[in-house]
Design a protein around this ligand. Structure first.
Ligand code: GAP
Length: 491
């Protein structure tokens, strides 16, 4: 193979991943036969199952083991009062740069494209405009004429009812319901409520496939606690790269942060990192923590650390936000109490105090996690000369592919029946399976490897003669022969 082709195949970039996801049926543009809709995507069959498996891992880790964490499923449409109270109507804005011809782009991103080391997020709109005009940054060929504020929420109206918004984050339903849900579930502080669902943001420049879209899903956990209780500050070791707000970058042991953040913040930071590395299978070296600079903190946050992933975005890959871990203080519950005039205080069982609880938030965007999972698992395997998706077994959309390999020694139907019987038994165990009879065995393996299927089972002469099958591992191609009943006993 010549070197140019070799390097082309090695390099993974966001366009390659976009094409791969579309070709294999993971994710593709919505409304695509009509030219698509920017920033909006549909999940295909494999993508839907992969997403479902990620969600199951989330539920298994963050919800099921904890007696003091419950779930809820709130509405997408919210009364405008909810978002006035939360501060989104006033503050959920991004700067939009408008060219002399009326083209629009997100101003801070436009600037950072030209000056990657600048922290545009901390600049005022006037400073952004002045800098862009001075340095002649353009949108296409045209100069920037204005920088304006744009609210990112989609608003709508019900018949005869109030104005409402499509929620821009799932957590507002949680804050509105916190007291009710806690009472219904007989929960006392500390406790958590988690929720998964769609959110909508009218992003000015949706880009980089699903990294920045207009319709996406969030997995959010809000953990409510009494901040005045002194806790035993013990956090187990976890080594991770960290980029601090003062510009310092280094490997840290998580427990070093105990003096900078609240114990519960650190506790959930660790839980998140353990989940991402051990349960979702992301490479630890491709993750880092990033502390928010005080100037870039959201209006509700007193401290935020993002977990960033090394996405193949830009000329070189770059660390970008995968999820956020914020200390929201008592901002949300007290705001909703103030705007609704309802009593939303909680009684602390330890101190007897009545208070607005403080909240640690774990907020993950499903699409960004999905993208990180695909990027992390993707390999162009030079030896096999095709793509292999090394997903964690628990995430594979298809766990077992079953291939009958008929030979002249037995009637073809016997191979097919035996393979179908194995598939039915796997289905009874709720395993996701795929049955295929056509194509060479090499091509069948290749198709499954690129879809992330962990195991391929073949049914051959020996299966009919002594009830043994071969099981092939996607990652190292190793095969073992095993008796059918032993295989099912092992499952
Ligand atoms: N409740 C807090 C909150 O919504 P955020 O940082 O605005 O905080 C949380 O969003 C997560 O949602 C992000 O870490 C990211 O994973 C995801 N996210 C945000 N905007 C997104 C977009 N336009 N497209 C895809 N995912 C997005």
């Amino acid at each position: 193979m010549n070197f140019q082709i070799f390097f082309q195949k090695m390099k993974m970039d966001i366009d390659k991943i976009t094409g791969f996801c579309k070709e294999k049926g993971f994710l593709f543009p919505s409304s695509h036969i009509y030219g698509g809709l920017k920033g909006v995507f549909d999940y295909g069959p494999l993508g839907t199952q992969l997403k479902q498996n990620i969600l199951q891992q989330y539920w298994n880790y963050f919800l099921i083991p904890h007696d003091n964490i419950v779930s809820q499923d709130g509405s997408i449409m919210l009364n405008e009062k909810v978002l006035e109270a939360s501060g989104h109507v006033k503050n959920f804005n991004d700067p939009v740069a408008i060219s002399t011809k009326g083209e629009r782009m997100r101003a801070d991103h436009l600037l950072e494209e030209h000056f990657p080391n600048m922290k545009a997020e901390t600049m005022s709109y006037a400073e952004l405009l002045a800098f862009m005009q001075e340095t002649d940054i353009r949108i296409g060929n045209d100069r920037v004429a204005f920088v304006e504020e744009a609210n990112l929420m989609f608003s709508t109206k019900t018949f005869n009812g109030p104005k409402c918004y499509l929620r821009p984050e799932t957590c507002q339903n949680i804050f509105v319901n916190a007291k009710l849900v806690a009472d219904l579930s007989r929960l006392t502080l500390p406790f958590g409520i988690c929720q998964h669902g769609k959110v909508f943001r009218n992003e000015i420049s949706p880009q980089n496939f699903v990294f920045r879209c207009r319709e996406f899903e969030q997995l959010e956990l809000e953990f409510f606690f009494n901040p005045s209780l002194v806790l035993e500050p013990k956090v187990a070791h976890f080594e991770i790269a960290c980029s601090f707000a003062n510009g310092e970058n280094r490997l840290i042991q998580l427990e070093e942060l105990i003096d900078r953040v609240h114990f519960w913040h650190l506790h959930w930071m660790r839980q998140m990192l353990v989940w991402l590395t051990q349960h979702i299978g992301l490479t630890r070296e491709k993750l880092r923590l990033r502390e928010h600079h005080p100037d870039e903190l959201s209006h509700y946050s007193s401290a935020t650390f993002d977990v960033e992933y090394l996405y193949p975005i830009g000329q070189e890959s770059s660390f970008k936000e995968l999820c956020g871990l914020a200390n929201r203080g008592d901002y949300d519950v007290s705001q909703h109490a103030k705007y609704s005039s309802k009593n939303l205080k909680f009684k602390c069982p330890q101190t007897g105090d009545k208070l607005y609880p403080h909240v640690i938030e774990l907020s993950i965007g499903m699409e960004r996690l999905f993208l990180a999972v695909i990027c992390d698992a993707y390999e162009f395997n030079m030896e096999r000369d095709y793509e292999v998706l090394h997903l964690k077994e628990s995430l594979s959309p298809i766990e077992y592919a079953i291939f009958p390999l008929p030979s002249k020694n037995h009637e073809k139907q016997l191979f097919l029946d035996c393979a179908l019987d194995i598939q039915s038994r796997l289905k009874l165990k709720h395993k996701h399976t795929f049955y295929e009879t056509t194509g060479s065995i090499g091509k069948r393996y290749a198709r499954q490897d690129s879809r992330g299927t962990k195991w391929c089972i073949t049914v051959d002469d020996m299966t009919l003669e002594c009830r043994s099958i071969t099981i092939r591992d996607r990652d190292d191609k190793s095969q073992r022969r095993i008796n059918i009943d032993d295989f099912f006993n092992e499952l």
